[in-house]
Design a protein around this ligand. Structure first.
Ligand code: SAM
Ligand code: SF4
Length: 361
């Protein structure tokens, strides 16, 4: 897909390419990334910060301990790692977090990465956000060649929104979505299905999103990190949600894929697309094309497994990228076949100690 980028973004990209601290695409043609199950890795998700201006009940505990700022990779180091992945065939980059738009100087990174859109090496630069900072940044994002973003929103009820996010304000997020659409960004809404919280509201979320020309994707809550509440109380199987929606709407299965785990239907009555991400009721790993980088330079080859690779040490050991390429190759050779999340009465503890904000979902 060809991205439209304004000329100032291209100029900035060129300037960044000439900067010495941002490495060019590579010193030798690196091998493409193919994992042991013959899956091509073409998608990198980057958690640029573990911090956030919200404290969603399924994602964080109220008193989260965050990483010391000194442990974070600098924006230049994040750029260098992303660039190494692009050189190795990554075509899609998603910035996430924590909340990516609260990382100081984040637009410098977006501007710098936009050079890979301008050169054609990258097909898509995108982000997942809680929307709170979009009034400030939406137009700039569009200017740097971002075409589509995901905004997370689980309810349209201001009281419930506050209860779910603990610190968020619905009006600000709605203003963020308005700003994004006004800037010409395509917005997809992500909503986590929460038992007894938003389950009755899902039809109105579908109608609201589709009425504004936005796709909606529903996500099952995943057992990541101790959030101070039992997962069994939060978990709502999407098989149940889908069966209930099917009583009210005509859901037509379609082949549409965004390179991710969502399976889509069109809702005949609204004409919009509805996605289901079901890590618990259906395993989606066979087509997995992605890996996840944290803000400290740790690479997770699977969202649902502990195994990880340290890319910060090879990054800092040398100005050339050979060590980084070798570390990435070695990590991909360990990418597991899949995860095995379970939430039931015998498995109410987190499957992993790591919170979702570490890897960005
Ligand atoms: N702060 C941004 C946001 O909320 O969109 C980006 C990071 S957030 C970790 C990315 C996505 O993960 C959000 O859509 C959020 O709803 C989802 N998420 C967080 N914790 C989750 C969990 N335990 N299970 C399922 N989805 C989760
Ligand atoms: Fe923050 Fe996103 Fe996690 Fe909510 S889901 S606490 S907005 S990182």
């Amino acid at each position: 897909m060809e991205a439209t980028i304004n000329s100032s973004a291209i100029d900035l990209g060129r300037q960044n390419l000439e900067r010495k601290d941002v490495a060019p695409l590579g010193n030798r043609p690196p091998r493409a990334l193919i994992d042991p199950f013959a899956r091509a890795i073409t998608y990198l998700r980057v958690s640029v910060t573990d911090r956030c201006d919200f404290r969603c009940v399924y994602c964080m505990s109220e008193n989260m301990a965050f990483l010391p700022k000194a442990d974070l990779l600098s924006l230049e180091e994040l750029d260098r790692l992303c660039t190494a992945f692009v050189a190795k065939g990554v075509k899609k980059l998603r910035l996430t977090g924590g909340e990516p738009l609260v990382r100081r100087g984040i637009m410098t990174l977006v501007s710098s990465l936009s050079r890979h859109l301008a050169s054609g090496a990258l097909n898509e630069l995108t982000l997942t956000t809680n929307g709170s900072q979009l009034p400030k940044y939406a137009a700039e994002l569009k200017g740097y060649g971002v075409e589509r973003i995901n905004v997370s929103l689980d309810t349209l009820d201001a009281g419930k929104f506050r209860a779910i996010t603990r610190w968020g304000e619905l009006d600000k997020v709605l203003a963020g979505i308005d700003a994004a659409q006004a800037a010409g960004l395509h917005v997809k809404i992500n909503a986590v299905a929460l038992k007894g919280v938003n389950e009755d509201e899902i039809p109105s979320l579908v109608e609201w999103a589709h009425g504004r020309g936005m796709d909606l994707t529903l996500i099952e809550v995943m057992p990541l990190g101790d959030v101070g509440e039992g997962r069994l109380e939060q978990y709502l199987p999407l098989s149940m949600v889908r069966a209930r929606l099917a009583e009210q709407y005509t859901l037509d299965e379609i082949d549409y894929r965004t390179g991710g785990p969502a399976r889509y239907v069109t809702v005949k009555e609204t004409g919009g697309r509805l996605g289901f991400i079901t890590p618990l009721t259906h395993n989606f790993c066979e087509s997995c094309n992605r890996v996840r980088l944290t803000c400290t330079g740790t690479l997770y080859m699977c969202l649902g497994q502990e195994d990880a690779a340290d890319l910060r040490t090879p990054l800092r050991a040398s100005e050339a990228n050979d060590l980084v390429y070798a570390a990435i190759d070695e990590a991909i050779s360990r990418k597991p076949k899949g995860h095995d999340f379970v939430i039931d009465r015998r498995h109410t503890r987190p499957a992993l100690d790591r919170h979702m904000s570490v890897t960005g979902g």
